[in-house]
Design a binder for this molecule. Structure first.
Ligand code: GLP
Length: 244
């Protein structure tokens, strides 16, 4: 779906999320959301915060799992996805702290493997992801599933591509400060979500959006695996859709 501007499109995505939350509330059920960081989802979070403040949208029944975190990374660090999520969403809504899950960038290296298995298990214990919000990186990554990621990959530690690190360089005051690794949910984790919405804004995303939607399904462009998911929508502005 192509929109004139990202604000209007983000409001629509926020509305879909709000409706899902409310419908689960009516049944007395949890709503399990997979959440993304980066600039793409910021306006969706802004709109959800507005709905909480102005329309009384409650997040008391919401459980969240974030896609990824840099490794190593302290929570307090302003570049951490932990910090980002609290700054843009969690600090402004009534979500229960125990319902928030973000991969921990400080797990000792020899415990990461087990930590990732446990993260995956926790998603399953809550009944799986009802809704997964995604952005897309220019390597074709979703979460931090860089080229080479297998379609049934689970949560794990991965090495970041040079392009990904160079795209993040401005946030870190230079590429040398960008962590070389990250913990990310897998492609398999993401594809198990009941509903997936990927956001893409701006010219910079036009080439990878074209490859993802029109190209062959390949681990070289992990986002192409979304073609095989039955309930995925790409929400794009005109610029991101310009090569389609
Ligand atoms: C990072 C995140 C991804 C995100 C991507 C694009 O790599 N790990 O989840 O989709 O950046 O970021 P942006 O939305 O800022 O373009």
């Amino acid at each position: 779906e192509v929109f004139e501007d990202s604000a209007q499109a983000s409001a629509l995505v926020a509305e879909e999320i709000a409706q899902l939350i409310r419908s689960r509330q009516e049944k007395g059920e949890n709503c399990v959301l997979g959440l993304a960081t980066g600039s793409s989802p910021i306006k969706v979070y802004e709109e959800l915060v507005r709905m909480h403040r102005e329309e009384g949208l409650s997040f008391a029944n919401v459980v969240t799992f974030n896609l990824d975190e840099y490794y190593p990374m302290n929570r307090e660090n302003h570049q951490s996805y932990y910090y980002f999520m609290h700054q843009h969403l969690f600090d402004h809504i009534d979500i229960k702290p125990e319902n928030v899950h973000i991969p921990d960038g400080k797990v000792p290296l020899d415990e990461v493997h087990q930590y990732c298995i446990d993260y995956e298990m926790k998603i399953r214990e809550f009944g799986g992801l009802d809704f997964q919000l995604l952005g897309i990186g220019r390597t074709g990554h979703v979460g931090f599933n860089e080229p080479g990621s297998h379609y049934n990959s689970g949560t794990r530690i991965i090495t970041l591509d040079h392009l990904t690190r160079s795209d993040a360089a401005s946030d870190f005051n230079g590429i040398d400060n960008v962590p070389k690794r990250a913990i990310t949910m897998g492609i398999g984790t993401i594809l198990k979500a009941g509903r997936i919405v990927l956001l893409g804004w701006g010219h910079k995303k036009a080439d990878i959006v074209k490859e993802t939607i029109e190209g062959a399904v390949t681990s070289n462009v992990p986002a192409t695996y979304l073609q095989q998911h039955a309930n995925t929508t790409f929400i794009l502005d005109r610029e991101a859709a310009s090569e389609l």
